[in-house]
Ligand binder design. Structure first.
Ligand code: NAI
Ligand code: MG
Length: 466
């Protein structure tokens, strides 16, 4: 593994380093060994891949606190969140993918005729990965885990705001035994390093998480270069639907969590809270009380739930959205301004009486701003919830099984959480409908992003049977 500084000219344009340790050559070391002739060496190789990922998970646990501290320094998220949720999730992801290394296989399929047909699943090759700043470690895990389990080599570009944690954990992965050059971390900017990766003729696949606008650029760069397959995990405007039979206190708490978690900087944030009119006033009152109790401040302080936003650009953008909400006539229930004079802190903000046509109802705010909508009928809420360019996730709150079944099937979203939210185990596929993306990450579905499919058809002479 090496760190390629993309400010160097060597990474501009098509000039990815091609020396001995380049990912292009190292592919042979990591994956091609699986073409050795004996079954024994193949098994050894797969076990070795698995062991490396398992040792990596152990090292992540051992260094839990340092990794969490780096993530908080870089991102501003509460240290307790990084230490108790994100770093343990990274270890879980690595163990999950360690379990896949020797279970990825193709098929023998019966074709009509005297032919023996093998469908082989090969590593796709050199994988380019571009990740955002909101969950640097988890996005690293979602991408590196399946790519390594499938036997690929990687060039991963971190977000410019958050370069630290990926470098640190990649050093641990190296310590766990990953051969040099298999994983290459690039700290660089999007339009230079990111675009070079997406345009590179020797990169066989690109996986991206970030904004929908940049996702479109990635697709275009692939189209203009070598048509590398692209997976995209993009923005969202996820509905969180509270029926009148729901447990209101639980729904208030989870709606709060769904929106405010990680300073509101979540692709799947429950950013359109739809509440049945019979429980609407109670819900708004209780949501206000909860937001007022939210502890905002120094992310390293114990008990802090919300740190600063990632940077000045996002901070100003969120404040502009808040102003737009006020100007368009939504009711400002609480918050509505920055907090203090130092740092990018924003008051937990709630709008009620939000109308579907408002800008705050349609665009991704990516900040601590909850919008509450009123509805009175199941069909109405389905129609309104689906009336979005996005389709990443949805939350459904009801104690009626039939209502839940109707909603889970009617909502056009890649994930529907029922009486829970933001459950992200490694085994659960995640991705979007519509402009929220292409493809799925995590779970068994993530593997196909990193495999090439080859049909080998052999003529059979005098087969005993067909
Ligand atoms: P972005 O999508 O521009 O950046 C994400 C990643 O893409 C970063 O690594 C960046 O360096 C890279 N990138 C940017 N331009 C590129 C290009 N031309 N070619 C290749 N790579 C490029 O997101 P940004 O600007 O940080 O945030 C803007 C908005 O995007 C946010 O306000 C939020 O709405 C959304 N967003 C969504 C995320 C998600 O999890 N789906 C994560 C981060 C942002
Ligand atoms: Mg951008």
């Amino acid at each position: 593994m090496e760190h390629v500084d993309c400010c160097q000219d060597s990474f501009r344009g098509s000039a990815l380093p091609q020396q001995q340790r380049s990912p292009f050559r190292l592919l042979s070391k990591w994956a091609r060994r699986s073409s050795l002739s004996t079954a024994n060496s193949l098994m050894l190789h797969l076990q070795e891949r698995s062991r490396i990922l398992l040792r990596f998970a152990d090292l992540i646990e051992k260094h839990n606190d340092e990794i969490a501290a780096l993530e908080t320094w870089d991102n501003g998220k509460p240290y307790e969140q990084a230490a108790h949720i994100e770093v343990p999730m990274l270890a879980r992801l690595m163990r999950y993918y360690a379990g896949w290394t020797d279970k990825i296989h193709g098929l023998i399929v019966p074709a009509d005729g005297p032919h023996h047909v093998q469908v082989l699943h090969e590593p796709i090759g050199v994988v380019g990965q571009i990740i955002p700043w909101n969950f640097p470690l988890l996005m690293y895990g979602w991408k590196v885990g399946p790519a390594l389990a499938c036997g690929n080599t990687i060039v991963l570009k971190t977000a410019e705001q958050t370069p630290l944690s990926a470098l640190y954990v990649s050093k641990l992965l190296h310590e766990a035994g990953l051969p040099e050059g298999v994983l290459n971390i690039v700290s660089g900017f999007g339009p230079t390093a990111g675009a070079a990766l997406a345009s590179h003729m020797d990169v066989d696949k690109i996986a991206f998480t970030g904004s929908t606008d940049t996702g479109k650029v990635i697709l275009e760069l692939s189209a203009r270069s070598n048509l590398k397959p692209v997976t995209l995990e993009l923005g969202g405007k996820s509905p969180f639907i509270v029926m009148d039979d729901a447990d209101i206190d639980q729904a208030v708490e989870l709606a709060h969590f769904a929106l405010f978690f990680n300073q509101g900087q979540c692709c799947c944030a429950g950013s359109r809270t739809f509440v049945h009119e019979r429980v609407y006033d109670e819900f708004v009152e209780k949501s206000k009380a909860r937001a007022l109790k939210r502890v905002v401040g120094d992310p390293f302080r114990k008990g802090v739930e919300q740190g600063p936003q990632i940077d000045d650009e996002q901070f100003k953008k969120i404040l502009r959205y808040i102003k737009s909400g006020v100007d368009s006539g939504a009711t400002l229930v609480t918050g509505g301004d920055k907090l203090g004079d130092k740092g990018y802190y924003i008051q937990p903000t709630i709008f009620s009486d939000v109308q579907d046509g408002m800008k705050i109802a349609q665009e991704e705010i990516f900040g601590p701003v909850q919008s509450i909508f009123k509805f009175n009928d199941l069909n109405e809420v389905i129609k309104r919830a689906n009336a979005s360019q996005y389709g990443l996730a949805a939350g459904v709150f009801t104690n009626n099984l039939d209502t839940a079944n109707t909603l889970t099937r009617a909502l056009r979203a890649g994930t529907v959480w029922v009486n829970c939210f933001d459950i992200f185990d490694a085994a659960i596929p995640f991705g979007g409908y519509k402009m929220s993306g292409i493809g799925r990450e995590k779970g068994i579905d993530s593997l196909k992003n990193y495999l090439q499919v080859k049909a080998v058809v052999t003529a059979l002479k005098n087969p005993a049977w067909l």
